[in-house]
Design a protein. Structure first.
Length: 200
């Protein structure tokens, strides 16, 4: 079994598959998501276990055809291939459906090794005031702070930087209001960059 180098699915995933009971039966995967602002992208992974008979089918995501537009899909023998939606999709009713339908000439029913769904999360939460972010990054590099300071200093709140406290001062802007660098083994002169943290 060879994984698709673009996606590198685990071989164990490629060694199992779901299949329809017969050629006249569609293979369908459905789910519901009541969050109307969320969009989804789907990735379907295939690797056929046999090469003696023809297996071909059409793939639909909420009625929209996936894969090659001019011909049905044929999974590769003992080699992974992936079909994905062309972009982010949002169903107004929150119902999602992936359907695989065998063609009239297919000798075998549709099959599917794995499905991945990705959710596009809306980023409508506060972020750190840009000047505060620039100043704290300059302090981090100037002093070589060894704390786990990665990402946004204040957001999300549960991952705020150690020793950094923030307050939402207006709208979606969060300011750094407190800074504790004790036990950081800092040496040298007091940096003027601290004066740029004007909400301290």
């Amino acid at each position: 079994m060879q994984p698709d180098p673009s996606f590198v699915e685990p071989v164990a995933v490629l060694q199992t598959a779901a299949t329809a009971t017969g050629n006249n039966t569609a293979l369908s995967y459905t789910w519901q998501d009541s969050r109307p602002a969320y969009s989804f992208m789907v990735f379907l992974h295939f690797a056929d276990f046999q090469s003696a008979k023809l297996r071909e089918f059409d793939i639909y995501f909420n009625g929209n055809r996936l894969g090659p537009s001019d011909r049905p899909y044929r999974p590769l023998y003992l080699e992974s291939s992936t079909v994905c939606s062309s972009g982010w999709y949002r169903a107004t009713d929150g119902n999602y459906n992936i359907t695989l339908v065998a063609t009239a000439v297919s000798e075998l029913p549709p099959m599917l090794n794995a499905v991945e769904t990705y959710t596009l999360l809306a980023f409508d939460t506060p972020t750190t005031f840009p000047d505060d972010f620039d100043a704290i990054m300059a302090i981090k590099f100037e002093y070589g702070v060894k704390k786990n300071w990665t990402g946004d200093p204040c957001f999300p709140t549960i991952y705020a930087w150690d020793g950094v406290k923030c307050s939402n001062t207006s709208g979606n802007t969060t300011r750094i209001t407190s800074l504790d660098l004790s036990n950081s083994n800092l040496r040298g002169v007091f940096s003027t960059t601290f004066s740029k943290l004007t909400a301290l």
